[in-house]
Design a binder for this molecule. Structure first.
Ligand SMILES: [Fe+2]
Ligand SMILES: [Fe+2]
Length: 226
């Protein structure tokens, strides 16, 4: 724990209210996305409904963290942070395009959560840290599920994944940029937040079947639409 952090100060609470709002909204997004995936991919309905239930539990756990600190989570700001990703998911879901939907939820949202919680754990208050440490274990499992599905279907989906990545990855980086101001106020190391996301996401793409060079080029699409 960072002794310089004053969890009771107004400035900490302001940053916490906004960031925890984004976390709670992110868990809400994950919950809704898994429910939609359960409908889109009925063959995996049980796994997706189970994941949705777990995301709901995460959301409640983080709500108890903010209650514990006496902070109101700022959900209205957070809705805006996720709006672009939500629209992208909805458009793909409405068209029955599974690849962007699964890429958004099972890889991007899970990697965003893992990177954020890993950056947060070293500077969190005791209560929130225990919650984040438990939650992150579930997110690793969700990421694993997404990876193995893509891996099994890799050759037929390769081009589609690359195309979806080009528009989705820049959105993920915009989300990280938007939460960075408050994350820094909460003592989080912004460089490791960015790096952790890039590394996790890159490792996931390699695990799925992309070569190191392909992953490198796919990561570069970050700057195209930024
Ligand atoms: Fe979650
Ligand atoms: Fe998750």
């Amino acid at each position: 724990m960072d002794p310089a952090l004053d969890y009771g100060s107004t400035s900490y609470k302001q940053a916490y209210g906004r960031l925890t709002g984004a976390v709670i909204e992110g868990e809400q997004e994950a919950y809704g996305n898994y429910l939609k995936l359960a409908k889109l991919m009925p063959q995996h309905q049980a796994e997706f409904l189970d994941a949705a239930r777990i995301e709901r539990r995460h959301q409640r756990s983080f709500q108890s963290c903010s209650r514990n600190l006496g902070v109101n989570a700022d959900r209205s700001w957070a809705k805006e942070v996720f709006a672009e990703l939500r629209d992208r998911f909805s458009t793909a879901a409405a068209a029955g395009n599974l690849v962007p939907c699964l890429l958004i939820q099972a890889l991007v949202v899970e990697c965003l959560a893992i990177a954020t919680y890993n950056a947060y754990i070293p500077v969190a208050d005791d209560f929130s840290r225990k919650v984040a440490e438990t939650v992150i274990q579930d997110e690793y499992q969700h990421l694993n599920f997404g990876q193995s599905w893509f891996k099994q279907n890799f050759e037929s989906l390769r081009a589609e994944i690359q195309a979806a990545n080009q528009t989705i990855l820049p959105i993920a980086h915009r989300i990280l940029a938007r939460i960075s101001y408050d994350a820094a106020h909460m003592g989080m190391d912004l460089q490791s937040l960015e790096e952790e996301f890039t590394i996790r996401y890159g490792e996931a793409l390699e695990e799925i079947g992309f070569s190191f060079d392909e992953v490198y080029r796919m990561a570069a699409s970050r700057s195209l639409a930024a």
